[in-house]
Design a binder for this molecule. Structure first.
Ligand SMILES: NC(=O)c1ccc[n+]([C@@H]2O[C@H](COP(=O)([O-])OP(=O)(O)OC[C@H]3O[C@@H](n4cnc5c(N)ncnc54)[C@H](OP(=O)(O)O)[C@@H]3O)[C@@H](O)[C@H]2O)c1
Length: 303
């Protein structure tokens, strides 16, 4: 039974690693490390199925599979710099962070040159879904490396996987970004439709009946948060606007590299930037509704 280390206990990292520790058939506790050490100590103190590592090098050197769930490219790159000082030959790195597809490839090349294997494993779904093990994970990389991590995925930390075995590694990040673009755009349209309904006098209950009947997935819950004003609430588990801006930046880069022109992406980005200016990076993604309200002569907050 391989030993697993988990690096990065942010909002979603804590949720997924806690499920891994609780539901995976592991012989030894999951080793956890976080830049802010108190978080790792707090999370590990709650269960005997997790152990706080003394350092990043300690976590990596004692593990066979090392999962990374970090904020962005710089964080992943910084962690892999330190990891490179440890003997990593024969170890498997699983990167669940959302990073630019070029970063996935660069880290895979670095770790492979040190004798380790790497799979990209971006996450579809947010924190609430992660807690309920309802997320979907993309698994991309060499099939033998995927086979080592796969037993710890379905019904343990996720609902399903999308396997991209032996396909170009970049496809994992491209799928994550394109998939999220579909989700962000759906939120943009839902917010605009909600503003329009208010302006033309379509009752909110009537719009909600349409959304519940005709749009499967998270739209009904999101609409309820727009109607109740919860989109302004910083304490919900909705992804922060900083994450949307990071991903839109990667998408813009891919669009520019390929010569694609994406008007909806420009619109979503403009609204996200406005939210960031007004409410800061911890404001939630659904707060783009407030910025669309403002553009239409309504107050940002809905009471
Ligand atoms: N939250 C979601 O809904 C969601 C959904 C899908 C994918 N994702 C992706 O999953 C990843 C983690 O998301 P999250 O929500 O857990 O983010 P988060 O709450 O912001 O946590 C970020 C994690 O990265 C660590 N970190 C940041 N900079 C670092 C550095 N320079 N060196 C080492 N560690 C560093 C943080 O450590 P500290 O605790 O010390 O700050 C923390 O553990 C991100 O790439 C995100 O895009 C998130």
């Amino acid at each position: 039974m391989p030993r697993i280390a988990w690096i990065g206990l942010g909002s979603i990292g804590e949720a997924i690693s806690t499920n891994l520790a609780q539901y995976a058939p592991l012989a030894e506790p999951v080793l956890v490390w976080n830049r802010t050490a108190e978080k790792a100590e707090r999370v590990a103190a709650a269960t005997d199925r997790m152990e706080a590592a003394r350092s990043l090098a300690d976590a990596v050197s004692r593990a066979d599979i090392v999962c990374l769930c970090l904020a962005d490219d710089a964080a992943v790159s910084g962690v892999v710099d330190v990891v490179g000082e440890v003997d990593v030959s024969g170890k498997l790195f699983v990167d669940l962070s959302t990073v630019h597809p070029d970063t996935n490839q660069a880290q895979a090349d670095r770790l492979q040159s040190l004798g380790a294997a790497y799979i990209a494993c971006p996450i579809f779904g947010g924190v609430a879904m992660a807690i309920e093990r309802q997320i979907t994970l993309v698994l991309a990389g060499p099939s033998d490396a995927i086979a080592k991590f796969e037993p710890f995925t379905k019904d343990i930390i996720c609902k399903d996987t999308i396997k991209l075995a032996d396909q170009p590694l970049r496809e994992a990040g491209m799928l994550k970004l394109v998939g999220n673009f579909v989700r962000f755009s759906a939120i943009e349209v839902l917010c605009e439709a909600t503003v329009l309904s208010e302006k033309i006098g379509l009752p909110k209950e009537t719009l909600a009946r349409f959304v519940e009947a005709m749009t499967p997935g998270p739209s009904a819950g999101q609409l309820a948060m727009l109607h109740s004003g919860a989109y302004s609430d910083l304490t919900t588990s909705i992804a922060p606007i900083s994450m949307a801006l990071k991903e839109n930046g990667y998408l813009n880069d891919l669009a520019q590299q390929s010569g694609a022109r994406l008007r909806t992406l420009d619109t979503v980005t403009a609204h996200a930037e406005r939210v960031n200016e007004m409410r800061g990076p911890d404001a939630k993604l659904l707060a783009i509704y407030g910025s669309i309200r403002e553009e239409n002569g309504l107050p940002f907050d809905r009471k």
